[in-house]
Design a protein. Sequence first.
Length: 301
Amino acid sequence: MSWKEFAVTVPASTANLGPGFDSIGLALDLQMTIKASPSLEWVVEYTDCNYQHLSSGKDNLIVVTALAVAKQFSRQLPAAKLLIDSDIPLGKGLGSSAAAIAGGIEIADRLLGLELQIRDKVKIGSQMEGHPDNISASFYGGLTISYVDGQEVESIRVQEVEIGVVIMMPPNEFLTTESRGLLPASLLHHVATQGSAASNVLTAALVQGDWETAGRMMGKDTFHEPFRKSRFSDFDSIRQVSKGLGAYGSAISGAGPSLFIAVNAGEEGKIAVQLRKEFPHYQCIVTKPSSAGVKSFEMVI
């Protein structure tokens, strides 16, 4: 099978935003770019030394995903060399695994000419990830609110999100499996009801672009943050200082360990400077939401 070189770009993402557990995702302006070219066997190369420990062959998550999609459609996938350049930190709760899965789905779709709809890609990715929050944000871009039950998937998208973003990133990585293990098997009914109400108000506020209300609701989660925040040094202090600097609100980014801080657009740089001074052991990243999701395009030589 003959095909021309192409590239796939995938945005990073933050998920949950507090009580929007496993359902709300926001694409961020950090990208993974995958350049694919014909090869006799699967080869994966990373331009950044921080990614060199990842697999360079068929057991790389991007390749595993692409091959799984091909198998699902009973198709034979041609091998490729993948050259990857990424701004997305690994193991920091910024959707690096979802980006890899989204990239693998997009590569399979393009190489096999499947012409899948985004909704179908999100469904496949959600089955692989186990939840739709990061993967839907990666594919659609913007803010996504999603539901999936294994059979159907529904996503509502807010394309333009007018905020600035500060990410507070501690030096340690935090495996999603480890983070999931901190969660209880059940919640008391009144606790779950309170969390559901906070999630409902958060969602309504996000759709309306009311980040003042959304920021308050981000601090009222009952589903996961109460059980995870002890693993974060200075969690309460960062939330308090951020609020004092004028931030809308803060939340654990995905499963962690990074903290997502939503601020008024244009103030992210100023607030980041202050947070770096207060919490020097955290790496502070300034970014913004990305309205664009996954894109693929033919390489021009």
